[in-house]
Design a protein around this ligand. Structure first.
Ligand code: HEC
Ligand code: HEC
Ligand code: HEC
Ligand code: HEC
Ligand code: HEC
Ligand code: HEC
Length: 415
């Protein structure tokens, strides 16, 4: 029999499937790369330290120049003599952009891809009292993934119905008797039915799903390494070592939300001014850094009072810790109810001049702690308190961990 008719497109189709799976991983990479390398200075839809990056490809004469610029802009300025780049550099007060020799062409392509497809986050996601923050894009829309998948299925269906037709014809040619058992014409619907039930179709779907799952798992795993240790430069050189360490200011004096609510909240400049009305000079930077606070709130240090009718400028602190939107994390649940110290999750903040992300913030990290940590069981608000208490009393269990009260159930952490 002429099985060959069907097997050629199969290989091609398999490759398409693998390519698409690979591409979706790439697109997610772009977001991670952007956040890790560019978000400290660039937003996509707003000017930050550098220009908004929306529509960036249209502004550059060639893709090649754009890539060269991103890899090493100081070198580009020196060597290329590009009037557009020089003017831009002047416009941004000669602020040098970091060089990224570690980024390959594929990485830059992924970043630009992410920039091109960026959708501003919806307003409802806010309200956590963040002051500023890195640009946030939702992950890859599953629809973009389904569309090519559907296309592939259609191509498969056509190929198969052709193959089935060919098979039947060749069977008829070889063995005229088969006319009796084989139908004269097979309707499209029947062909499609055969296609759907075929082993290969099922195999293709399984491979497709596996690629997707492994792709996103792999992506998740690599992203951990990128976020852990994330330490962007902040707009004011605020030092936790100086404030929380040397001057022993309590964390909760500034991060008022930690005991009360979901988010810890970055303090407003009014809290800074409680002290900095009086303290106008620091040990390291003299008056320059504290002057930025004054400039933002409109404080006239010479006269010792606020400037009237001053339009305050918010300081855009760069958000360091950032869980994906589908994860629910609540500070007061941990700090107040669980009695966990900030340092357990954030490291020795009081020794950091610049804060960095100490923990991976991965799912495994949350769950490991929930498995190990015993809860203070005097608290009666737990839903199955009675039942668990009974078990504790008759020695069935020795203690109750966070897992015991349901802390590893998916819906506790996922919306
Ligand atoms: C330290 C801050 C900083 C970082 C980090 C940074 N940039 Fe920039 N970028 C700038 C500034 C400032 C400019 C404006 C030109 C100048 O002053 O050099 C700029 C300009 C650009 C431009 C040209 C914009 C235009 O309007 O034509 C592109 C493209 C760009 N950056 C891409 C990136 C990408 C991609 C990353 C991350 C891989 C990145 N930048 C990281 C500061 C930064
Ligand atoms: C005087 C006020 C003040 C005190 C006291 C203070 N912080 Fe902060 N904290 C800030 C400001 C301002 C920022 C934002 C700038 C930065 O990241 O350095 C911040 C940022 C942070 C961040 C990073 C937030 C993010 O973007 O993800 C963590 C974590 C943090 N603080 C923890 C602590 C802990 C733990 C303590 C006590 C040991 C503490 N802070 C004490 C003012 C304060
Ligand atoms: C059980 C771990 C844990 C403990 C304990 C903890 N944090 Fe956090 N913190 C996190 C996580 C996770 C995030 C990221 C939250 C997000 O992105 O939604 C975060 C974010 C923050 C932020 C950024 C703003 C925000 O709320 O998203 C600040 C500031 C902060 N923590 C300060 C503190 C301080 C101060 C304490 C102690 C009083 C503390 N944290 C205790 C895990 C912890
Ligand atoms: C409870 C009092 C207090 C609060 C609140 C406070 N500071 Fe300070 N700050 C100090 C003291 C004390 C110094 C150090 C003065 C010295 O040692 O000479 C200082 C120094 C500084 C310096 C100078 C650093 C240097 O090395 O030159 C900066 C910048 C600064 N603070 C920023 C902030 C910001 C931003 C906030 C609000 C998020 C803030 N401070 C809130 C007490 C405070
Ligand atoms: C250092 C240990 C530790 C880490 C890390 C930790 N947790 Fe927890 N978590 C606890 C403790 C302890 C409790 C129980 C508080 C109590 O007694 O109710 C808790 C409770 C919770 C609860 C409520 C569970 C319930 O059944 O009521 C949620 C939701 C939660 N954590 C989410 C998270 C998420 C999301 C992360 C990771 C981003 C995380 N936790 C990381 C220790 C931790
Ligand atoms: C204690 C909190 C917690 C529990 C319980 C939990 N998750 Fe998660 N999950 C997280 C956090 C935090 C992340 C984000 C990790 C990251 O960004 O790397 C996450 C991410 C994910 C992701 C996305 C993976 C990725 O690579 O982006 C999936 C899917 C997921 N969780 C499924 C589940 C399922 C299914 C369960 C129940 C068996 C579950 N989670 C239970 C905290 C939790």
């Amino acid at each position: 029999m002429k099985l060959k008719t069907g097997s050629f497109p199969n290989v091609v189709i398999l490759m398409i499937i693998l390519l698409i799976a690979g591409f979706s991983v790439k697109a997610q990479d772009g977001e991670k790369l952007f956040k890790a390398n560019c978000a400290s200075c660039h937003k996509i839809d707003k000017k930050l330290i550098g220009p908004a990056l929306q529509g960036i490809r249209d502004r550059w004469e060639s893709e090649e120049n754009l890539y060269a610029w991103i890899k090493n802009s100081p070198k580009y300025l020196e060597e290329m003599n590009d009037p557009y780049a020089t003017a831009l550099f002047e416009e941004y007060n000669k602020t040098p952009m970091t060089a990224f020799p570690q980024l390959g062409d594929a990485d830059i392509a992924a970043v630009l891809e992410y920039v091109d497809n960026y959708q501003p986050p919806t307003a409802s996601a806010g309200g956590e009292g963040e002051t500023g923050g890195a640009a946030q894009g939702g992950g890859v829309d599953p629809l973009w993934f389904l569309l090519p998948a559907l296309l592939v299925l259609i191509v498969l269906a056509v190929a198969f119905s052709k193959a089935i037709g060919a098979l039947i014809n060749s069977a008829k040619e070889k063995d005229p008797d088969s006319e009796k058992v084989l139908p004269k014409v097979i309707s499209l619907k029947e062909r499609f039915g055969i296609f759907l039930k075929h082993r290969f179709t099922i195999l293709a779907i399984v491979i497709f799903v596996l690629c997707w799952v492994f792709g996103s798992l792999w992506d998740g795993a690599t992203s951990l390494g990128r976020q852990e240790g994330y330490q962007p430069a902040q707009p004011i050189k605020f030092s936790h070592k100086l404030h929380a360490g040397i001057n022993k200011i309590d964390c909760k004096y500034c991060h008022v939300g930690a005991e009360k609510g979901k988010a810890s909240v970055i303090p407003s400049l009014n809290i800074c001014m409680n002290c900095h009305m009086a303290v106008s000079e620091g040990p390291e930077y003299g008056t320059t850094e504290i002057a930025k606070i004054y400039d933002a709130v409109g404080w006239d240090a010479e006269k010792g009072k606020y400037i009237e009718d001053y339009e305050q400028k918010p300081i855009e602190w760069i958000k360091i810790h950032n869980l994906p939107d589908h994860v629910y994390f609540n500070h007061s649940q941990h700090v107040k109810v669980g009695g966990i110290e900030c340092q357990k999750c954030h490291g020795s903040i009081e020794e950091m001049d610049e804060v960095y992300q100490h923990a991976p913030l991965s799912m495994g990290w949350c769950i490991d702690c929930h498995r190990e940590t015993k809860v203070n069981f005097d608290n009666k608000y737990y839903s199955d308190y009675e039942a668990l208490h009974e078990k504790l009393k008759n020695g069935e269990i020795e203690n109750v961990t966070v897992e015991g009260i349901g802390g590893t159930e998916c819906q506790k952490c996922h919306y």
